[in-house]
Design a protein around this ligand. Structure first.
Ligand code: HEM
Length: 427
């Protein structure tokens, strides 16, 4: 149950803060989740008792049974209203999915060139910082993703960001919009464990987002070239706004955080970028593949959704990998430990090693598991990786070495489960 600030909290505030603190800590420490995941893989009957799937086969099997394990588990955390990710299969899901696929088709036609252009502009914008600190999220990734995903709202993008009456070039208004959708998306991540203030913030931003979209619905309808009921356009525009941008920015920040923790890997990539030179670095397909493989591997080690949730509408069972199936009583929940599945050494012996060049062969799906699996797998995963690949290439083109800017307070600041700041500098 989602508990809003208007409803009395069922949990004492201290206890809620404690649970939320543990949840956020676990999200920031994927290594700890991996260790617990390894225990669940080793003794799968424990996962069976707790309603947790951890082995690769178990995770994939649960994720391919959308009728038994329902995406409605997300619904209470969609503060801006229902959207694809929280729906069960059916007519509404199909209509919304068609709308999304049409938008993604436009993105497919523009990427990765649009992302490269956005990155090159943003790299120029970083030059005045020299070797002074800047915020990787607010000064780099946020804008790259915004511009690279421009086709999602096409001609209506600036109007969506500025609001019905705002100045279209007002960066402050654009930033306000990007924060608004960040907080709405954050609620999907933190769920009902979040403190009431955090949930209330998501609800306020969700109200603002819905009002913003309602005001510019005509522009969106024009840009999308569709004639549908207003509520269908609004639902999809609201959903697309919050689901696309924040998760990609956050995943980019997590990938860079992981890279900076691996200086040798970083050094090798930088050396290759230097060898190619600032122009060839954008054209060399082998280098792009190399960086893309790194992005995927970095994301595997630091996924934004290490766990996924499902509702269990009817009594059922799932195969944990233990001798007996685990029972799942109707009305319960399932926790899917994608992070454990991605590190299942029964599938690939060396899977705990950081190895971007690994040949995954028939197990390629595990490499992409941070985007889910099966029919409900992220439909935009290839584009998100394209954008993050361009973003990383951009950082590698700079002469200095990117490092966390320590010494002036914490380089990384968190806002609940999300990273809100990552101060870095080129040294
Ligand atoms: C790096 C960035 C991204 C990550 C890590 C990510 C991750 C995910 C994951 C794990 C799921 C599956 C959730 C589940 O099964 O419960 C998902 C679903 C989804 N994602 Fe993404 N996503 C990213 C970017 C995007 C973008 C850019 C868009 C839109 C343009 C998008 C749209 C969606 C939609 C609509 C769904 C629901 C699909 C369905 O239920 O049929 N995602 N994403």
């Amino acid at each position: 149950m989602k508990i809003s600030a208007g409803t009395p909290d069922a949990m004492p505030p201290g206890l809620r803060r404690l649970f939320y603190g543990i949840f956020c800590w676990a999200n920031r420490h994927p290594g700890a989740l991996r260790v617990f995941g390894a225990v669940l893989r080793r003794w799968p009957f424990v996962g069976g008792w707790l309603g947790m799937a951890a082995r690769a086969n178990a995770v994939k099997a649960v994720l391919t049974r959308p009728n038994s394990f329902s995406n409605r588990a997300h619904a209470p955390n969609l503060s801006a209203g229902d959207y694809l990710i929280g729906m069960d299969p059916g007519p509404t899901y199909n209509t919304d999915r068609r709308l999304l696929d049409d938008r993604l088709a436009v993105l497919k036609a523009t990427l990765p060139a649009a992302a490269d252009t956005a990155v090159q502009i943003q790299v120029q914008a970083l030059k005045p910082y020299g070797n002074k600190p800047f915020d990787l999220i607010d000064d780099y990734l946020m804008w790259i993703v915004f511009h690279a995903m421009y086709p999602l709202f096409g001609a209506a993008t600036d109007r969506v960001a500025a609001g019905a009456t705002g100045n279209l070039n007002d960066l402050g208004l654009q930033r306000q919009y990007l924060l608004e959708i960040r907080y709405v998306a954050g609620q999907l991540l933190s769920g009902s464990s979040a403190t009431l203030r955090i949930q209330r913030r998501a609800e306020l931003c969700a109200d603002a987002l819905r009002a913003r979209i309602a005001d510019v619905n005509g522009d969106i309808q024009g840009a999308w070239g569709v004639n549908g009921p207003v509520n269908v356009i609004s639902r999809n525009a609201v959903g697309l706004a919050w689901i696309s941008h924040p998760v990609t920015v956050q995943s980019g920040a997590l990938a860079v955080q992981e890279l900076l923790g691996r200086p040798k890997v970083h050094r090798v990539l930088r050396a290759e970028a230097r060898r190619l030179g600032t122009d060839a670095v954008w054209q060399d397909t082998a280098f792009r593949d190399l960086v893309r493989n790194h992005v995927l591997e970095l994301m595997r080690f630091r996924p934004i959704f290490p766990l996924l949730a499902r509702d269990v509408p009817r009594d059922t069972e799932f195969e944990t990998g233990a001798r007996h199936n685990a029972t799942c009583p109707a009305g319960g929940k399932m926790a899917i430990w994608s992070i454990a599945a991605m590190f299942d050494s029964d599938v690939k012996k060396d899977v705990s090693q950081f190895c971007p060049a690994r040949k995954w062969g028939n197990d390629e799906d595990l490499r992409w598991l941070m985007f889910g699996y099966g029919t409900r797998q992220c439909p935009a995963m290839v584009y998100a990786v394209d954008i993050l690949t361009s973003a990383l290439i951009g950082l590698l083109t700079r002469p200095g070495e990117l490092q966390l800017a320590r010494g002036e307070g914490q380089a990384i600041a968190y806002d609940g489960a999300l990273m809100s700041r990552m101060r870095v500098r080129f040294t």
